[in-house]
Ligand binder design. Structure first.
Ligand code: GLN
Length: 545
């Protein structure tokens, strides 16, 4: 079968969960046995989101091949287990850069370079994934932003042209919002009608509408939308608020979203796949009610900033039959004097990744407390580096130990710039990025958690453990149990005389998926579950979910 293309656009407002809908469509088509990929086109000028502050755009997700991407790729991977690559995350910046580089090389032979056709052709080329030797039954393309944004106009024009070119092989799914007005006690379809008109004015007739809503929409309302927007009734589906995003694929399947797509394309619908493993997971989720309170020690007080870590904790909790209740603890507010109170009643803590000086002393104070009080602690990337610094300061006695990222003049640079990073000056895409091998030591806790010695995990950092101090750490009880076989870079540290104290230079949260939760998160939550009866939850619940 020829590749089929599904375009997912959004209207009315942002944050409706287009990524979840795109991921759900992917999941449903995979369940039908098709080969699927999902890609995200973002209309901003940054070449990738790697240089963006998480406050701007949430977490930066990293693919196996080392692309820094939008966090929606995390949803795609968690829902579908598809491994995305650099071809799955495109920005306006990358499109323009390709075209401008080509122009400088003289490839356009004297032509005037314009948004239409040169930019739109490059967008189309990437939407069709030309030049890659991949072969998919379905390519799902999500376009970031909202219809009517100036920035997304070239993407819409590319979709218009492709639909014309591809005929039935292309389908447009448009996600809109149906607000409920309390004072009138009414659900309003006008914003949806306007959004579809806007799309039509760009020459795109949506095939399928997904209506985001906080209240159930009855058939009469769906009929109204269908007739005003020139869409079949069976092609108007609703995405009601759900207790969990992982229920969305099932709700979409129940309403026949995948079947509607297949009918539009003209392929036989056949039987609805059972999706047994997914339903088993949802069942576990419903049963997992005992709350375990976990602290996220970081500096971004924003749900999306640590998206993959949050989801990994939730998933690992569910597989342990418990509900991870996550509390954000701002490391800027933690001091040695108040750390006990700040971390009170938390069964365990994650020390989050990050960059720069802000909030690091609070992270160190938190680690000193959890290390000495035997509270389970999981340090990720910068979190692992902070574990190393805390140990150097308080166990090895190097009071000014630091990372040269924070203090270039420290006399004990226990974390230092990697050799290959020393000559690099640019900031974008220049870190140690993507998956690298790591060898775990026989007999270590981490090795037993993974159940194997050779692992591959994704990275995003510039600094590393300084091997000059290796023996000293080892003799005092901080074991460097994972290393990159090629460069001998230390990837994992652990303490043996502690219930659970592991730091990883890599990011295990990027590879934790719904059906394959990550072993480290699973084991961490298993440990928290063991000790939970002794934890009394008196803390005012704030920022949890
Ligand atoms: N800032 C640290 C480094 O560059 C850690 C990065 C991270 O936590 N992702 O090495």
């Amino acid at each position: 079968m020829n590749s089929k293309y599904i375009f997912v656009t959004g209207g009315v407002v942002s944050s409706l969960g287009k990524g979840i809908i795109a991921a759900s469509i992917g999941k449903l088509l995979l369940a039908r046995g098709y080969k699927v990929t999902i890609q995200k086109f973002d209309p901003y000028i940054n070449i990738d989101p790697g240089t963006l502050n998480p406050y701007e755009h949430g977490e930066c997700y990293v693919t196996t091949d080392g692309m820094e991407t939008d966090l929606d790729l995390g949803h795609y991977e968690r829902f579908t287990d598809i491994q995305t690559t650099r071809n799955n995350s495109i920005t306006t910046g990358r499109i323009y850069k390709t075209v401008i580089d080509r122009e400088r090389r003289g490839d356009y032979l004297g032509k005037t370079i314009q948004v239409v056709p040169h930019i739109t052709d490059e967008i189309k080329r990437r939407m069709l994934r030309e030049g890659t030797d991949e072969d998919y039954d379905f390519v799902i393309t999500e376009v970031g932003g909202t219809i009517g944004d100036i920035e997304s106009a070239p993407f819409m024009e590319a979709i218009r042209q492709l639909r014309w070119q591809l005929g039935k092989d292309a389908v447009c799914v448009h996600l809109t919002y149906v607000p409920y007005l309390k004072a009138a006690d009414e659900l309003k379809t006008k914003p949806t009608q306007h959004s579809v008109k806007e799309l039509q004015s760009m020459g795109i007739q949506p095939d399928i509408l997904v209506l985001r809503t906080e209240r159930h929409l009855d058939d009469a309302l769906r009929m109204k939308v269908a007739s005003f927007c020139n869409v079949d009734l069976e092609c108007v589906v609703q995405s009601e608020d759900m207790p969990s995003i992982y229920e969305v694929p099932v709700s979409m399947q129940r309403q026949g979203l995948d079947a509607a797509i297949m009918r539009k394309i003209g392929i036989p619908v056949g039987e609805t796949p059972a999706m047994r493993p997914w339903h088993d997971f949802l069942h576990l989720q419903q049963e997992a009610n005992t709350e375990i309170h976990v602290g996220l020690v970081g500096k971004y007080d924003l749900q999306d900033a640590y998206k993959s870590i949050r989801e990994s904790l939730l998933l690992a909790g569910i597989y342990n039959g418990v509900k991870a209740y996550i509390h954000f603890v701002n490391s800027e507010n933690i001091t040695p004097g108040n750390v006990e109170e700040q971390l009170q009643d938390l069964a365990g803590v994650i020390i989050c990744p990050g960059f720069g000086q802000r909030g690091i002393e609070g992270k160190i104070a938190a680690i000193q407390h959890t290390r000495t009080q035997n509270i389970p602690t999981f340090g990720i990337c910068l979190g692992m580096q902070m574990m190393v610094i805390e140990f150097a300061r308080h166990v090895l006695g190097y009071t000014d130990a630091n990372s040269t990222e924070m203090d270039a003049n420290t006399t004990h640079p226990v974390i230092d710039l990697m050799e290959e990073q020393k000559s690099i000056t640019g900031m974008g895409g220049t870190m140690r990025l993507g998956a690298y091998e790591c060898q775990l030591q026989q007999g270590s806790k981490t090795r037993s958690i993974y159940g194997k010695s050779n692992i591959r995990e994704r990275h995003r950092h510039r600094y590393e453990f300084n091997n000059h101090y290796l023996t000293e750490f080892e003799t005092h009880g901080m074991h460097c149990v994972g290393a990159n076989p090629a460069g001998k870079l230390i990837e994992v540290v652990e303490l043996t005389d502690h219930p659970w104290f592991i730091g990883t230079q890599f990011h295990p949260e990027y590879t934790s998926t719904v059906l394959h939760p990550h072993p480290l998160f699973l084991d961490f939550m298993k440990e928290l579950k063991k000790i939970v009866p002794s934890v009394v939850h008196t803390k005012a619940i704030k920022g949890g979910r």
